[in-house]
Design a protein around this ligand. Structure first.
Ligand code: HEM
Ligand code: HEM
Length: 175
């Protein structure tokens, strides 16, 4: 269950792949740009955007606590040290995206007075506008989503390079 120097444990792997899937699902929101979302993807998959986004917000808190608890017992980066630092910075960037998107998404909803509902549960009642919140959320959510897309592409590329070119076990320890 816990991580070891040799591989990520079950909790880390379930969080990684489960959240990975949910985040790829969230990227389908970009399809709203086609015909204002009036198509099968928009009406069926993207309809869950806010619920899944809130779920990701909860899961990322669990994941950060788990990562901190397992600090020092996670698989180390293989040499050279420079690339290890790059990987650390990249992972930190992925975490930043996973924290900022739920926060800015919630800011859009609450800031515009829409309230917040996830999986049928009313978390925040509709109410009065909070203009600064709507402005900050509205300005940041989309750019951060684009940045996260770029980081995920780099991340998957790095994982494939480890698995197919360097064959150094870095991909395997997350499988
Ligand atoms: C990790 C979680 C999330 C990801 C990856 C994500 C991703 C995205 C993406 C890719 C878009 C389309 C942006 C564009 O077309 O330029 C978008 C738009 C939007 N998202 Fe999210 N989102 C997340 C969480 C949330 C949450 C929690 C909420 C609300 C509670 C939310 C509310 C919205 C809204 C209202 C829009 C449309 C407004 C806009 O395009 O600026 N999102 N999101
Ligand atoms: C679907 C394709 C993906 C593949 C093949 C993949 C592969 C991997 C691998 C092999 C590792 C271990 C790296 C190491 O030991 O240094 C890893 C770690 C990590 N991945 Fe992914 N990943 C994917 C998607 C994602 C997504 C969508 C996110 C989040 C946006 C993400 C976030 C992370 C983070 C933060 C780590 C560091 C370990 C942790 O704190 O959980 N990954 N990934």
């Amino acid at each position: 269950m816990n991580d070891s120097k040799l591989r990520y444990g079950g909790v880390s792997r379930v969080l990684h792949w489960g959240m990975g899937l949910l985040i790829l699902w969230q990227f389908l929101k970009f399809f709203d740009r086609i015909n204002d979302g009036e198509h099968w993807v928009g009406e069926n998959l993207v309809a869950w955007h806010i619920s899944i986004g809130v779920l990701i917000g909860v899961l990322v808190v669990v994941r950060i606590i788990w990562a901190l608890r397992n600090q020092g017992s996670r698989p180390p980066a293989p040499p050279p040290a420079m690339l290890g630092l790059l990987a650390k910075a990249g992972h930190l960037g992925l975490y930043a995206g996973m924290v900022l998107l739920p926060l800015t998404g919630i800011a859009i909803m609450v800031g515009n007075g829409y309230g917040l509902e996830a999986f049928g549960l009313q978390l925040v009642a509709p109410g009065t506008d909070i203009p600064w919140m709507a402005t900050v959320g509205g300005a940041l959510h989309s750019p951060v989503a684009w940045l996260l897309v770029l980081m995920v592409i780099g991340h998957v590329g790095a994982a494939l390079w480890h698995g197919l070119v360097r064959k150094d076990g870095v991909l395997r320890r997350m499988l």
